[in-house]
Design a binder for this molecule. Structure first.
Ligand code: ADP
Ligand code: MG
Length: 252
Protein backbone atom coordinates (compact mmCIF):
# COMPACT_ATOMS: atom_id res chain seq x y z
CA UNK A 1 0.00 0.00 0.00
CA UNK A 2 1.34 3.48 -0.79
CA UNK A 3 2.37 5.59 2.20
CA UNK A 4 1.37 8.85 0.53
CA UNK A 5 -1.36 9.06 -2.11
CA UNK A 6 -2.29 12.21 -3.95
CA UNK A 7 -5.50 11.95 -5.89
CA UNK A 8 -6.69 14.55 -8.38
CA UNK A 9 -5.06 17.47 -6.58
CA UNK A 10 -5.70 20.95 -7.98
CA UNK A 11 -4.49 24.23 -6.50
CA UNK A 12 -5.46 27.66 -7.77
CA UNK A 13 -5.03 31.18 -6.46
CA UNK A 14 -7.72 33.81 -6.22
CA UNK A 15 -6.35 36.95 -7.84
CA UNK A 16 -7.36 40.46 -6.83
CA UNK A 17 -6.84 43.73 -8.71
CA UNK A 18 -7.60 47.05 -7.01
CA UNK A 19 -9.64 45.12 -4.46
CA UNK A 20 -11.79 43.32 -7.06
CA UNK A 21 -11.72 39.58 -7.48
CA UNK A 22 -10.25 38.53 -10.85
CA UNK A 23 -10.05 35.09 -12.48
CA UNK A 24 -8.38 32.24 -10.55
CA UNK A 25 -4.82 31.33 -11.46
CA UNK A 26 -4.64 27.55 -11.69
CA UNK A 27 -1.16 26.25 -10.87
CA UNK A 28 -1.64 22.52 -10.13
CA UNK A 29 -4.14 20.58 -12.28
CA UNK A 30 -5.57 17.17 -11.44
CA UNK A 31 -2.33 15.73 -10.14
CA UNK A 32 -2.33 12.06 -9.14
CA UNK A 33 0.72 10.24 -7.80
CA UNK A 34 1.75 8.03 -4.91
CA UNK A 35 4.84 7.12 -2.97
CA UNK A 36 5.58 3.75 -1.41
CA UNK A 37 7.53 3.03 1.74
CA UNK A 38 11.22 2.81 1.04
CA UNK A 39 11.06 4.89 -2.11
CA UNK A 40 12.72 8.11 -3.20
CA UNK A 41 10.57 9.80 -5.82
CA UNK A 42 12.09 12.82 -7.53
CA UNK A 43 9.63 15.43 -8.76
CA UNK A 44 11.37 17.09 -11.68
CA UNK A 45 10.09 20.12 -13.56
CA UNK A 46 11.00 23.62 -14.61
CA UNK A 47 11.16 26.61 -12.25
CA UNK A 48 7.88 28.30 -11.46
CA UNK A 49 5.83 25.26 -12.48
CA UNK A 50 4.34 24.60 -9.03
CA UNK A 51 6.66 22.03 -7.46
CA UNK A 52 7.07 23.89 -4.16
CA UNK A 53 3.34 24.42 -4.14
CA UNK A 54 2.85 20.66 -4.34
CA UNK A 55 5.09 20.20 -1.29
CA UNK A 56 3.25 22.92 0.60
CA UNK A 57 -0.13 21.40 -0.33
CA UNK A 58 0.97 18.07 1.19
CA UNK A 59 2.08 19.86 4.37
CA UNK A 60 -1.13 21.92 4.44
CA UNK A 61 0.80 25.20 4.45
CA UNK A 62 -0.73 27.17 1.60
CA UNK A 63 -1.41 30.92 1.57
CA UNK A 64 -4.91 32.22 2.31
CA UNK A 65 -5.72 32.94 -1.35
CA UNK A 66 -5.14 29.29 -2.37
CA UNK A 67 -8.06 27.02 -3.29
CA UNK A 68 -7.44 23.27 -3.04
CA UNK A 69 -9.41 20.29 -4.31
CA UNK A 70 -8.65 16.57 -4.43
CA UNK A 71 -7.42 14.29 -1.66
CA UNK A 72 -4.12 13.52 -0.03
CA UNK A 73 -3.87 10.36 2.05
CA UNK A 74 -1.14 9.33 4.45
CA UNK A 75 -0.99 5.72 5.59
CA UNK A 76 -4.46 5.06 4.18
CA UNK A 77 -6.33 7.98 5.77
CA UNK A 78 -6.99 11.48 4.55
CA UNK A 79 -4.44 14.04 5.64
CA UNK A 80 -6.66 16.61 7.30
CA UNK A 81 -5.34 19.80 8.92
CA UNK A 82 -6.11 18.24 12.28
CA UNK A 83 -4.00 15.15 11.53
CA UNK A 84 -1.26 17.30 10.07
CA UNK A 85 -1.02 19.24 13.32
CA UNK A 86 0.10 15.98 14.98
CA UNK A 87 2.21 14.63 12.14
CA UNK A 88 4.05 17.69 10.91
CA UNK A 89 7.74 17.85 11.77
CA UNK A 90 7.95 14.35 13.26
CA UNK A 91 6.19 12.02 10.83
CA UNK A 92 5.96 14.31 7.82
CA UNK A 93 8.85 16.71 7.46
CA UNK A 94 9.80 19.40 4.98
CA UNK A 95 13.19 20.61 3.86
CA UNK A 96 11.93 23.97 2.61
CA UNK A 97 13.31 25.69 -0.46
CA UNK A 98 13.09 29.05 1.29
CA UNK A 99 15.34 29.77 4.28
CA UNK A 100 12.53 31.94 5.66
CA UNK A 101 11.00 28.81 7.17
CA UNK A 102 13.40 28.97 10.12
CA UNK A 103 11.94 30.67 13.18
CA UNK A 104 14.02 33.87 13.53
CA UNK A 105 13.67 33.81 17.33
CA UNK A 106 14.80 30.23 17.83
CA UNK A 107 18.43 29.11 18.05
CA UNK A 108 19.58 26.57 15.44
CA UNK A 109 19.93 23.75 17.97
CA UNK A 110 16.42 24.35 19.35
CA UNK A 111 14.94 24.29 15.83
CA UNK A 112 16.48 20.90 15.18
CA UNK A 113 15.54 19.49 18.61
CA UNK A 114 11.91 20.56 18.17
CA UNK A 115 11.56 17.80 15.50
CA UNK A 116 12.79 14.98 17.76
CA UNK A 117 10.37 12.66 19.53
CA UNK A 118 13.06 10.71 21.39
CA UNK A 119 14.04 11.39 25.00
CA UNK A 120 17.56 12.29 24.05
CA UNK A 121 16.83 15.19 21.71
CA UNK A 122 20.19 16.83 22.40
CA UNK A 123 22.06 13.64 21.55
CA UNK A 124 20.10 13.24 18.31
CA UNK A 125 20.71 16.87 17.36
CA UNK A 126 24.45 16.60 18.03
CA UNK A 127 24.72 13.39 16.00
CA UNK A 128 23.07 15.03 13.00
CA UNK A 129 25.13 18.22 13.41
CA UNK A 130 28.29 16.13 13.34
CA UNK A 131 27.12 14.39 10.20
CA UNK A 132 26.67 17.73 8.44
CA UNK A 133 29.90 19.20 9.80
CA UNK A 134 28.10 21.78 11.92
CA UNK A 135 30.28 22.81 14.87
CA UNK A 136 28.72 22.68 18.33
CA UNK A 137 28.78 26.51 18.56
CA UNK A 138 26.12 26.61 15.76
CA UNK A 139 23.58 25.25 18.27
CA UNK A 140 23.43 28.59 20.02
CA UNK A 141 23.23 30.80 16.93
CA UNK A 142 20.06 32.49 15.68
CA UNK A 143 19.11 32.19 11.97
CA UNK A 144 20.38 35.70 11.15
CA UNK A 145 23.83 34.66 12.37
CA UNK A 146 24.07 31.70 9.98
CA UNK A 147 25.66 31.74 6.53
CA UNK A 148 23.63 30.45 3.58
CA UNK A 149 25.34 27.06 3.51
CA UNK A 150 25.04 26.55 7.27
CA UNK A 151 21.34 27.52 7.12
CA UNK A 152 20.76 24.86 4.44
CA UNK A 153 22.48 22.24 6.57
CA UNK A 154 20.36 23.21 9.59
CA UNK A 155 17.22 22.86 7.44
CA UNK A 156 18.24 19.39 6.26
CA UNK A 157 19.17 18.45 9.85
CA UNK A 158 15.74 19.57 11.10
CA UNK A 159 13.99 17.37 8.56
CA UNK A 160 16.07 14.22 8.98
CA UNK A 161 16.72 14.25 12.75
CA UNK A 162 13.28 12.88 13.67
CA UNK A 163 13.49 10.01 11.13
CA UNK A 164 10.19 11.12 9.63
CA UNK A 165 8.12 8.66 7.60
CA UNK A 166 7.62 11.13 4.77
CA UNK A 167 10.25 13.72 3.86
CA UNK A 168 9.46 16.41 1.33
CA UNK A 169 12.86 17.80 0.29
CA UNK A 170 12.27 20.91 -1.79
CA UNK A 171 15.49 21.80 -3.67
CA UNK A 172 17.38 20.87 -0.49
CA UNK A 173 20.99 21.41 -1.51
CA UNK A 174 21.59 24.58 -3.56
CA UNK A 175 24.93 26.22 -2.86
CA UNK A 176 26.27 23.32 -0.82
CA UNK A 177 29.60 21.75 -1.64
CA UNK A 178 29.49 18.35 -3.26
CA UNK A 179 30.58 16.45 -0.13
CA UNK A 180 27.64 17.88 1.85
CA UNK A 181 25.24 17.25 -1.04
CA UNK A 182 26.38 13.63 -1.08
CA UNK A 183 25.89 13.41 2.69
CA UNK A 184 22.37 14.86 2.45
CA UNK A 185 21.36 12.52 -0.37
CA UNK A 186 22.78 9.54 1.48
CA UNK A 187 20.74 10.52 4.58
CA UNK A 188 17.62 10.43 2.40
CA UNK A 189 18.65 7.03 1.06
CA UNK A 190 19.22 5.75 4.57
CA UNK A 191 15.78 6.95 5.70
CA UNK A 192 14.18 5.32 2.65
CA UNK A 193 16.03 2.07 3.33
CA UNK A 194 14.50 2.18 6.82
CA UNK A 195 10.98 2.47 5.38
CA UNK A 196 10.43 6.20 4.87
CA UNK A 197 9.26 7.80 1.62
CA UNK A 198 11.20 10.75 0.27
CA UNK A 199 9.91 13.23 -2.27
CA UNK A 200 12.93 15.00 -3.74
CA UNK A 201 11.76 18.11 -5.53
CA UNK A 202 14.29 19.47 -8.00
CA UNK A 203 14.70 21.22 -11.34
CA UNK A 204 17.88 19.19 -11.90
CA UNK A 205 17.19 15.76 -13.33
CA UNK A 206 20.92 14.91 -13.25
CA UNK A 207 21.06 14.98 -9.44
CA UNK A 208 17.68 13.22 -9.22
CA UNK A 209 19.01 10.31 -11.26
CA UNK A 210 21.87 9.72 -8.83
CA UNK A 211 19.60 8.97 -5.87
CA UNK A 212 15.94 8.49 -6.81
CA UNK A 213 14.07 5.27 -7.55
CA UNK A 214 11.44 6.96 -9.68
CA UNK A 215 11.19 10.22 -11.53
CA UNK A 216 7.82 12.00 -11.51
CA UNK A 217 7.92 14.44 -14.40
CA UNK A 218 6.04 17.61 -13.53
CA UNK A 219 4.90 19.65 -16.51
CA UNK A 220 2.22 22.30 -16.95
CA UNK A 221 1.01 21.85 -13.39
CA UNK A 222 0.72 18.10 -13.23
CA UNK A 223 2.76 14.88 -13.26
CA UNK A 224 2.72 13.77 -16.88
CA UNK A 225 4.75 10.62 -16.32
CA UNK A 226 6.26 8.60 -13.48
CA UNK A 227 9.15 6.47 -14.71
CA UNK A 228 11.75 4.30 -12.96
CA UNK A 229 15.24 5.83 -13.16
CA UNK A 230 16.45 2.85 -15.20
CA UNK A 231 14.37 4.13 -18.13
CA UNK A 232 16.48 7.29 -18.16
CA UNK A 233 19.73 5.36 -18.04
CA UNK A 234 18.74 3.21 -21.00
CA UNK A 235 17.88 4.41 -24.49
CA UNK A 236 14.79 6.28 -23.41
CA UNK A 237 12.34 4.60 -25.80
CA UNK A 238 10.24 3.57 -22.81
CA UNK A 239 9.65 7.22 -21.91
CA UNK A 240 6.33 8.44 -23.25
CA UNK A 241 5.69 12.14 -22.75
CA UNK A 242 7.43 14.65 -25.08
CA UNK A 243 8.67 16.72 -22.12
CA UNK A 244 10.14 13.59 -20.49
CA UNK A 245 11.87 12.73 -23.76
CA UNK A 246 13.23 16.27 -23.97
CA UNK A 247 14.65 15.96 -20.44
CA UNK A 248 16.23 12.66 -21.36
CA UNK A 249 17.77 14.02 -24.57
CA UNK A 250 19.26 16.96 -22.63
CA UNK A 251 21.13 14.63 -20.26
CA UNK A 252 24.93 14.79 -20.67
P1 ADP B 1 8.47 25.97 -8.46
O1 ADP B 1 8.73 25.47 -7.07
O2 ADP B 1 8.18 24.87 -9.44
O3 ADP B 1 9.59 26.83 -8.96
P2 ADP B 1 6.30 27.37 -7.17
O4 ADP B 1 5.52 26.25 -6.61
O5 ADP B 1 7.15 28.15 -6.22
O6 ADP B 1 7.16 26.87 -8.43
O7 ADP B 1 5.29 28.45 -7.83
C1 ADP B 1 4.39 28.10 -8.83
C2 ADP B 1 3.55 29.29 -9.23
O8 ADP B 1 2.58 29.53 -8.24
C3 ADP B 1 4.34 30.58 -9.37
O9 ADP B 1 4.62 30.82 -10.72
C4 ADP B 1 3.42 31.64 -8.84
O10 ADP B 1 2.88 32.37 -9.92
C5 ADP B 1 2.26 30.90 -8.20
N1 ADP B 1 2.04 31.32 -6.81
C6 ADP B 1 2.69 30.87 -5.72
N2 ADP B 1 2.20 31.45 -4.60
C7 ADP B 1 1.21 32.29 -5.00
C8 ADP B 1 0.29 33.18 -4.32
N3 ADP B 1 0.30 33.30 -2.99
N4 ADP B 1 -0.59 33.88 -5.08
C9 ADP B 1 -0.61 33.73 -6.41
N5 ADP B 1 0.20 32.92 -7.11
C10 ADP B 1 1.11 32.22 -6.42
MG1 MG C 1 10.25 25.72 -5.86
Amino acid sequence: MPLLEIDNLSVSFTQYKKGFRQHDLKVIHNLTMSMNKGEIVAVVGSSGSGKSLLGHAILGILPNNANVSGTIKYDGDELTQERLAHLQGCEIALVPQSVNFLDPLMKAGEQVRSSVKKQDALGAQRTVFEKYHLGQHVEKLYPFQLSGGVTRRVLVSTAVVGEAKVIIADEPTPGLDSAVVKEALSSFRELADNGSSVMLITHDIGSALTVADKIAVFYAGTTVEVAPVEDFHGRGELLRHPYTKALWRALP
